[in-house]
Design a protein around this ligand. Structure first.
Ligand code: ATP
Ligand code: MG
Length: 462
């Protein structure tokens, strides 16, 4: 199926040869049983625009029971929504019965779903024209009732039907519009953009989990800043991530040509890494506006870490993501100088944590780039010194200490809180990081006695 080009730019086509064999087989089987079957949604959009698609969704007139009967291996994935997963040659294909949705009672989920046999009605309930196309690979027929391929060609995200109605039905669609525009590098159609602006406060009613999932996908854009800016312009940002707006229009000092807000966005664009690392880029200077005193931002990384923790907890990010991002924000302000001793480098490694070193260096590189300044040579030198320490085993962790918890336990009486053991080992580790020659069993046992006594004394004074 070939689409006529309007401006001769991209030759958009989809043919059966683009569709994975297992998907063709599913469609062929359903059609041989007298049902209709189409690939639909994201896969059609991505294939037409020359992108590779991973998820191939099929929509059919067959009921979920008929789909289950037609294949040997199926899983009833979303019975309520009529989705059955068909397992064929190691692929999992989601097959959904065509549907038209009833009224949305609360702007979050359809009140009733009734299965229908009409592909155009199924496409009409989809969010954007570029997502509302279906392709029948057996008959080589593209169904595109809303001009999706033309919008794909012109790189436009446009709501199907009346945009305001569509956003009132399902408020998350506003964020999806922004996300698609950002990820695909498209413009949002003006009427669609206006409708988002008018409806933006409704986003407050959407669950944090659904917002988080969209935000995650947005962070995979080449430039997430495009999406964040669209969120700001439409008013969505104020409800989702108002903390970023605190730095909007706030100038910094002679080292920074950008405002706090702009610099956070540029850093996010610059960071290469997973979603969490990009979020760390986006939030790394989020604390600056609150601590600003003239040209100074003392302690912004600590405040920023707290804000990052609040923001990501509110958005229901998993604990490990919250901890990781907050830690990176807190640690991003180290200032390396060549005069650092090896012990200082070891302290740096301990403070940041071996598992976060790659992240912190990438964040700092992006931070610099996000201020439009040339790379920091000191950063490269610190990296070399850190690598040296790691590769020669000169960096020590609790496990490398010449004594362990049992040794310390033997030094203390039964009435002493067990906490003293951990405190003692932590302090001995600090001392050994300072001077590795202390990591000797005899020396440490001797030193441990004093340290234990000190901590017991401390506890008694609490
Ligand atoms: P991606 O998987 O890259 O996020 P996608 O287009 O496949 O893109 P999905 O969320 O997987 O997006 O949804 C599949 C299809 O279902 C969409 O292409 C769209 O047709 C429809 N759809 C998904 N969410 C909505 C929604 N909130 N409102 C209307 N239609 C939707
Ligand atoms: Mg998908």
């Amino acid at each position: 199926m070939r689409i006529n080009k309007s401006d001769g730019s991209h030759d958009m086509r989809i043919s059966a040869s683009d569709v994975p064999k297992a998907v063709i087989e599913v469609c062929a089987r359903l059609k041989s049983l007298g049902h209709s079957a189409y690939v639909v949604g994201g896969a059609v959009r991505d294939t037409l625009s020359g992108r590779e698609s991973i998820d191939w969704d099929v929509t059919t007139s067959a009921t979920p029971e008929q789909v289950r009967a037609a294949f040997d291996h199926t899983i009833p994935t979303g019975a309520r929504h009529g989705t059955v997963t068909v397992i064929l040659d190691d692929s999992k294909i989601e097959v959904t019965t065509m549907r038209a949705e009833g009224d949305y009672v609360d702007g979050r989920r359809p009140y009733s779903v009734c299965f229908i046999r009409d592909i155009e009605a199924d496409l009409a309930r989809r969010d954007f024209t570029i997502n509302a196309m279906a392709y029948d690979p057996i008959d080589d027929r593209l169904v595109d009732p809303f001009g999706g391929s033309a919008d794909l060609q012109s790189r436009i995200v446009r709501a199907v039907g009346n945009p305001e109605d569509r956003f009132r039905e399902d408020h998350l669609r506003m964020l999806r519009a922004v996300r698609f525009a950002s990820v695909l590098g498209f413009k949002v159609d003006p009427a669609t953009l206006d409708a988002i602006t008018r409806c933006s406060t409704l986003i407050k009613r959407v669950s944090a989990e659904r917002i988080r999932d969209e935000l995650d996908k947005l962070m995979e854009s080449t430039k997430p800043s495009v999406g964040i800016e669209l969120m700001r312009i439409t008013g969505l940002l104020e409800h989702i991530l108002p903390e970023l707006l605190e730095g909007y229009g706030v100038e910094q000092n002679r080292y920074h040509e950008y405002t706090i807000y702009e610099h956070n966005l540029r850093t996010a664009d610059e960071v290469s890494g997973d979603t969490a690392l990009r979020l760390a880029g986006l939030l790394h200077d989020v604390g600056k506006a609150r601590v600003k005193q003239g040209e100074h931002f003392y302690g912004h990384e600590r405040v920023g870490g707290q804000i990052a923790r609040q923001v990501l907890s509110r958005l229901k990010y998993p604990r490990r993501v919250v901890d990781r991002v907050a830690h990176l924000v807190e640690q991003h302000m180290f200032r390396y100088e060549p005069k650092w001793t090896d012990a200082a480098v070891r302290r740096f490694v301990k403070r940041v944590g071996v598992e976060h070193l790659n992240d912190i260096f990438e964040l700092r590189r992006a931070d610099r780039e996000g201020s439009n300044r040339e790379p920091d040579a000191g950063l490269g030198e610190l990296r070399r010194r850190v690598n040296e320490i790691l590769s020669t085993g000169a960096f020590l962790t609790l496990r490398d200490l010449a004594i362990d918890g049992n040794d310390v336990e033997a030094l203390i009486g039964p009435d002493v809180p067990r906490r003293v053991i951990g405190l003692t080992l932590a302090q001995l580790l600090d001392e050994v990081i300072e001077d590795p020659s202390l990591n000797d069993r005899e020396k440490l046992m001797k030193r441990a006695k004093d340290v234990v006594a000190y901590h017991i004394d401390e506890l008694q004074h609490l």
